[in-house]
Design a protein around this ligand. Sequence first.
Ligand SMILES: Cc1ncc(COP(=O)(O)O)c(C=O)c1O
Length: 376
Amino acid sequence: MLSPNDSAPAYSRNAAPFLHGPESEAMIRAVEAGQYGHHDQTERFEAELAEFLGVADVVAVSRCTAAMHLALSAAGVGRGDEVVVPSQTFCATVHAIRAAGAVPRFADIDPDTQCVTAQTIAEAITADTRAVLPVHYGGRAVDLTSLKPRLDEERIAIVEDAAHSFGSRHLGGKRVGTTAALTCFSFGPIKTITSIEGGAIVPRDPREAERLRTVRLLGIRPKQAERIRSTHYPVDGVGLPYHLSAVHAAVGRVQLAHYRVVADQRRMLWQSYCTALADLEGVRLIDVDIARTVPFNAVVRVPDRDRVFARMKAAGIGVGVHYPPNHLQPAFRGWTRPRPLPATEATARELLSLPFHPAMTIHDVTAVVEVLATML
Ligand SMILES: Cc1ncc(COP(=O)(O)O)c(C=O)c1O
């Protein structure tokens, strides 16, 4: 096991990729085989992801942002539609909605989990809502079971931003990606498994899978091997270069094979933070529902966050902020119909992400919490 940049203390980084060793060799093999685009490695990665999740099919793409753009389009979301989404997410979620031609309608969150709930989503739905896009913040699966009958009746699709939640489970035990929603994963550098950059969509049926595969490869349906045998190949519709290269897929396959090591380590670190923070007055750990979740981060709410952030940084602790709310971002302010988001706004100014990545040890967690305790 190794982590890049080993010389600095692990807690000096807020997050970091985690490599097991064979990734480099797998990548070199793909490079030497000349597999730079969509190739066999990509299809093997898709099959292994489907097997891991226990679903019929998975479509690999270049990133989770691309996955959400394609999934929203597959759900029929387009110009003039609204998509209900938390403001408390990475800006990529909102960009994907804009890329699909739709506008976000921001929903408030549960302050304890930083996730939308069935109720906050229900309150935001209008006659123009075509999809809801819950974000599994910190890895915690959002449960929309109670809202499902209304969504079905009003023909509103569920597209899940599961960038943080690969491997997590819903209430009832089903893995994220197996509840018949269009689920979008990220395999970016600091995710539970990484393909350096990458993502995937769990489609709802085989026809949708085929459509997604065509669109992610510039609308070209035949496989590369068939394409090069003919003087003509059909371009069957609008598409984008959203495919996952074989070099990335080769890394993702190694990471998937080592998933358990990282999942256990992430759970152990989160539990260690939970224990170490228990007696710290005024500090509240965002609850990821650890029994079902592979945590992506360890986020606390602290008073006077900006001062604590600056002092922790000065002390060499890799703190971060996930996320400044999107409804207040200059890029997104103009065209959204404003709604009150009291929990989002009240808690956003308190959020502090503590260092959290699998190369850390329990001693790193103790060191971080000891420093934090001196700053309150
Ligand atoms: C909540 C969330 N959604 C979407 C994304 C975008 O993922 P990608 O970088 O794979 O496009 C991220 C990336 O960190 C994220 O944290």
